[in-house]
Design a protein around this ligand. Structure first.
Ligand SMILES: [Fe+2]
Ligand SMILES: [Fe+2]
Length: 305
């Protein structure tokens, strides 16, 4: 397990170091096989299928992240970074396992999870890895890891975008977001120090990911809503409302925006960002009970959400 660090520390090479230890947490129980309503988010098809699409994307996506980092593993001798990579892999593997459990819930609704997973898997793990260099794939990984780590800002923001969610599914996203914060700089460190990706390739990969990631969510979400039997006109209506939910002032995306842009700064490093609402509260609650659903709910109480 990695060592803890205090905020704004730097390692021997003068690079920023992690604020939080990377702690892989195993055997977590979210009760995802329980009586979770089909539209578990506000009773709303668009919002629910948005998060369900993410759940489908994560297992092939996280496999891609691990593959891209693994390309460089043999060149790394720094024991701290090797331990970070090990913990990063353990966390991502657990995330994929729990999202697969969540996807079994969708399977029980008759969703063809396998064909959707295959679509994402083929795009990232076959086409991207075949068509792009190892360095660029790692830059895409770092960019996508930037997205997954800034989701925590939305989940634990006072605007409470997860208010209408089922507590069990909400707990899965809370835990996932917290661990993304813990390992947010690992792929980035490998990209900078071993793949030697420079500024322009790094930010271009974010521009690329800013198009590819939402597009992939949209493709999967659309297929889920077609499966649900919504006509084109109904889907347009649900999408108009859903896009407002995302983009309105105080909507899903607003708490992430300012953090999104920091990646474009020359000299940026994910560990530089130490302000992480919800992290200490979640960790204290989780360490007290070991129950991720309780931890998520107690975090919400502690943050007065
Ligand atoms: Fe993850
Ligand atoms: Fe991650």
């Amino acid at each position: 397990m990695s060592q803890n660090h205090s905020a704004n520390t730097a390692n021997d090479a003068g690079k920023p170091a992690a604020v939080h230890p990377i702690v892989p947490r195993m055997h977590l129980q979210f009760q995802l096989d329980g009586d979770i309503p089909k539209y578990w988010m506000d009773g709303d098809a668009f919002k629910t299928r948005f998060w369900d699409a993410l759940s489908i994307i994560f297992p092939p996506g996280e496999k891609y992240f691990m593959n891209c980092v693994r390309e460089y593993r043999d060149r790394i001798s720094d024991p701290k970074l090797l331990q970070d990579i090990k913990d990063f892999n353990l966390q991502e593997a657990q995330h994929s396992m729990v999202h697969r459990q969540d996807n079994d819930r969708l399977r029980r609704q008759g969703v063809d999870v396998d064909s959707l997973t295959k679509y994402v898997d083929q795009m990232l793990n076959t086409e991207y890895r075949k068509n792009y260099s190892a360095g660029y794939n790692l830059a895409i990984t770092s960019a996508l890891e930037h997205f997954t780590s800034i989701i925590a800002h939305s989940l634990f923001d006072k605007r409470d975008v997860m208010k209408g969610a089922d507590p069990r599914v909400r707990a899965m996203y809370s835990w996932h977001a917290i661990e993304e914060v813990e390992h947010k700089g690992v792929a980035y460190d490998v990209m900078e120090d071993y793949a030697k990706v420079g500024y322009f390739k790094r930010v271009w990969a974010l521009v690329h990911s800013t198009y590819m990631f939402p597009r992939t969510i949209f493709v999967v979400q659309r297929r889920l809503m077609i499966h649900d039997g919504f006509s084109f006109t109904q889907r347009m209506g649900l999408m108009a409302k859903g896009l407002w939910w995302m983009f309105k002032p105080g909507g899903l995306l607003q708490p992430m925006l300012k953090h999104y842009w920091t990646y474009y700064k020359p000299g940026y490093h994910p560990w530089q960002e130490v302000d992480q609402p919800g992290y200490d509260q979640w960790l204290a609650a989780f360490n007290a009970s070991g129950d991720p659903v309780k931890a998520s709910e107690q975090t919400r109480t502690a943050l007065a959400l």
